[in-house]
Design a protein around this ligand. Structure first.
Ligand SMILES: [Zn+2]
Length: 298
């Protein structure tokens, strides 16, 4: 990414207020970068704003609010961990960031090119009750969706994660990976919004990062399920568990064993399904593991 060109008007304003306020020279103009550089549908995106003397940094990205937090190691760096849903179209997406410095607000706008990812189509067979749930099951599914929406809204106002996210299992991911278009029992198509790991029932499952247990209970599709909040709208969801060892509301550390894998809910056999969710957008866990992330002091 090229360094942003400072708008001329901004420089003039800066000069005009030179005598009254600390000077903000051209070298100190805010710059916005992101990681990874190449963004595909379903990618997480770490936005990095570099600016001295900022009092506040906020932004928007695809109608979501970006909540930036300040780096512990270098107060000139601000971060927001976000992403783009696997179901979105490829194309140009604008990010807009407002920086408040010495009482003045400056807006940075950049365009990100989001490309298609090569997701495959896979036919699957599951018990019919998961393709055509009966009215009672539909009622249960609707109640579970409401509950999940309610708890996702209680996300912590700061990052609970710190450093890189780690795979929840030591084994390699299976072939039914993130983003595949799945045809259940020859009829229903859906996008696979997580990453599956082949794992025998009873395999220990670890927290991908530090966080708080939002939910740990059985669900219709997810089976026994643990949802961890990592703060600022980011969650990891562990499905089809045989068993879990954490309680709702409990704080967990990265790498802590939180559950055992299984085959509960809509599963074709024993495996672990991991979903990464940011403000409702489903992100590729494998891409999140590759992101180099700062420590946050959590
Ligand atoms: Zn899955």
């Amino acid at each position: 990414m090229a360094a942003p060109t400072p708008p001329r008007r901004r420089v003039l304003l800066g000069l005009a207020s030179f005598l009254l306020k600390p000077s903000l020279t051209e070298a100190q103009e805010p710059s916005l970068t992101w990681s990874p550089e190449k963004i595909e549908i379903g990618s997480p995106v770490l936005f990095i704003l570099t600016t001295p003397h900022a009092d506040k940094v906020a932004g928007t990205w695809q109608k979501h609010t970006l909540e930036f937090f300040q780096s512990l190691a270098d107060p000139n760096h601000w971060y927001a961990l976000a992403g783009i849903d696997v179901g979105k179209d490829s194309g140009s997406y604008e990010v807009s960031v407002e920086v408040t410095r010495a009482g003045e607000i400056q807006t940075l706008r950049r365009t990100l090119q989001v490309t298609e990812a090569p997701y495959k189509e896979i036919p699957l067979t599951v018990p019919e009750k998961f393709v055509q749930p009966d009215p009672k099951a539909l009622e249960r599914i609707a109640a579970e969706q409401k509950l999940k929406a309610r708890v996702f809204a209680t996300t912590a106002p700061k990052p609970l994660w710190t450093g890189r996210f780690l795979p929840p299992l030591k084994s390699a991911p299976s072939t039914d990976s993130f983003g595949t278009r799945r045809v259940f029992n020859g009829s229903l198509a859906s996008v696979h919004r997580g990453l599956d790991y082949r794992a025998k029932t009873g395999t220990p499952v670890m927290a991908a990062n530090s966080g708080r247990v939002l939910l740990a209970r059985p669900f219709y599709y997810e089976g026994n399920c643990v949802i961890l909040d990592h703060g600022l709208g980011l969650a990891t969801i562990y499905m089809h568990l045989s068993d879990f060892s954490v309680k709702e509301g409990e704080r967990v550390q990265r790498g802590q064993v939180i559950a055992r894998s299984g085959a509960t809910g809509r599963a074709t056999g024993p495996h672990l399904h991991l979903t990464v969710r940011w403000q409702g957008e489903s992100l590729d866990p494998a891409k999140l593991f590759l992101l180099k992330l700062p420590t946050t002091g959590t």
